[in-house]
Design a protein around this ligand. Structure first.
Ligand code: NAP
Ligand code: HSE
Length: 438
């Protein structure tokens, strides 16, 4: 016999409208899986005059707080985004004992401690699968499927908009603004797209993954974050000549109890699986001491793929007899301690360095001298034909610490050799099991 579950949906934009559509389209499947009718009792939006495709009985309001206070609503689904109204709504709904489903990584990265601790106090469940990597079930994977592992690293492409932009620049030669506009039109970008292109959206997601992988609180503000705004078509072309693709990477590794984490553009060898993740697809590679290496790949943004993750959480809650149960929110039983940090500058990688200089005799010798002082050795060099009297020199280094690269390029800038600041990207190397055909 079916029992009705009442939900309140705050936000009917890209994700919210996908949720409404899929609830209607997959109604019979959902009923067979859960034995429950999921009924949207009310939905909240900004603009009441816009046309919405809602079931006729659903009440439309511009007051999201009314969802938190409605005694008939069992689950509040927060799909508004932002950290102000969404935070108030979620805290009030938890206070009132309602289960939560949200796709809001910014909120959980910045206010997760507050929200999870209130949920634990009130014994309320929070589903947030859609908050990281869209349709990819990475939250459940870390929280449940890999719970028996000691995780050693989490590495991935976590922002669909940036990946779409870089893919379009690479394959179609689009310039940055045209590719960004296309990503916005597809519904991939955040309301404020600087969150996407400046790396903060990926950093929000990485903060959540660190929490799930190691049970540590890594304050978002402590993450080292660099976006893709400065990626020049020249770098994309040079990367191709070196057999690489440029990708925005989120990376976290655990070494002797300390966590090294950051978001940065990197050259990825084209034989790596990550290099083949294109368009709005995301991917996450997780390494654990039992599982070895696991690679998850799927659509990281967009209406239906994100709604798929929201629905997964919703159905899991609807199936439970007791909706309010906080046992599984963070994946760890105790409050999460602060992480011990290790600077990503201590990571050892090969590096790509592009220097724009005046084409004069001896310039290469001077640059090589500065790098030699930092003990950096070159693996490859390309010189691009000069334009006017400027020339781009591109070096690939052998493995070296980020700190040494920063110090060498700083010295070059101070010496006046560089016409513009050097562009420096890490190069991610193959792992044996990832090599093509392996
Ligand atoms: P969106 O298209 O901008 O939609 C936001 C919705 O929330 C709109 O319906 C808007 O109303 C409503 N809204 C915003 N603030 C409100 C307020 N204060 N009161 C009432 N209604 C309000 O956003 P989205 O792309 O669907 O993203 C929603 C959430 O999902 C965000 O947290 C985002 O980070 C996350 N997410 C998005 C994607 C994606 O692919 N887009 C993927 C994963 C996660 P109006 O319709 O009247 O403007
Ligand atoms: N703006 C985000 C992205 C949406 O492009 O990945 C998914 O979180």
């Amino acid at each position: 016999m079916s029992q009705k579950i009442c939900i309140g949906v705050a936000g009917l934009g890209t994700v919210g409208s996908g949720l409404v559509e899929m609830l209607q389209k997959n109604h019979d499947d959902i009923l067979r899986r859960t034995g429950r009718e999921i009924f949207i009792k009310a939905a909240a939006v900004h603009d009441l005059s816009k046309k919405r495709r809602l079931p006729p009985e659903t009440v439309l309001t511009d007051n999201p707080m009314s969802l938190a206070d409605d005694p008939d609503i069992d689950i509040v689904v927060e799909l508004m985004g932002g950290t102000t109204a969404a935070r108030h709504l979620i805290l009030r709904a938890i206070e009132n004992g309602k289960s939560i489903v949200t796709a809001n990584k910014a909120l959980l990265a910045e206010y997760g401690q507050e929200i999870f601790s209130l949920a634990a106090k009130k014994n309320v469940a929070i589903g947030y699968e859609a908050s990281v990597a869209g349709a990819i079930p990475v939250i459940q994977t870390l929280k449940n499927s890999l719970a028996g592992n000691h995780i050693t690293s989490v590495l991935g492409i976590l922002n669909g908009t940036s990946n779409y932009i870089l893919s379009e620049m690479n394959s179609r030669g689009l310039d940055f603004p045209t590719a960004l506009k296309a990503a916005q039109e597809m519904g991939y970008a955040e309301a404020d797209p600087s969150l996407d292109i400046d790396g903060f959206d990926a950093a929000h997601k990485l903060t959540l993954l660190i929490r799930l992988a190691w049970g540590r609180h890594y304050p978002f503000a402590n993450l080292s974050v660099e976006g893709i705004r400065r990626v020049d078509p020249l770098d994309i072309e040079f990367a191709r000549q070196f057999g690489c693709r440029i990708k925005l990477i989120g990376m976290a590794e655990e070494k002797a109890g300390k966590i090294k984490a950051g978001v940065f553009p990197a050259l990825v060898r084209s034989t790596m699986l990550l290099a083949r993740v294109n368009g709005a697809f995301n991917a996450v590679r997780i390494e654990g001491n039992a599982v070895g290496s696991l690679f998850l790949h799927g659509l990281g943004a967009g209406s239906r793929p994100t709604a798929s993750a929201v629905l997964g959480d919703l159905l899991a809650l609807a199936k439970r007899n007791v909706l309010n149960s906080a046992d599984d929110n963070t994946g760890f039983v105790d409050d999460l301690p602060l992480a011990d940090f290790l600077s990503p500058d201590e990571a050892v990688n090969p590096w790509y360095v592009r220097a724009t200089v005046r084409d004069t005799p001896g310039v290469l010798r001077d640059i090589a001298g500065v790098f030699a002082q930092e003990n950096i050795s070159f693996a490859q060099l390309i010189q691009k034909e000069k334009q006017d009297d400027r020339v781009s020199l591109v070096f690939l280094t052998h493995a070296t610490q980020g700190r040494a690269i920063r110090s060498a390029t700083g010295a070059l800038e101070r010496s006046g050799i560089l016409l513009v600041p050097a562009t420096c990207y890490r190069i991610l190397e193959n792992r044996d099991h990832e090599a093509e055909g392996a």
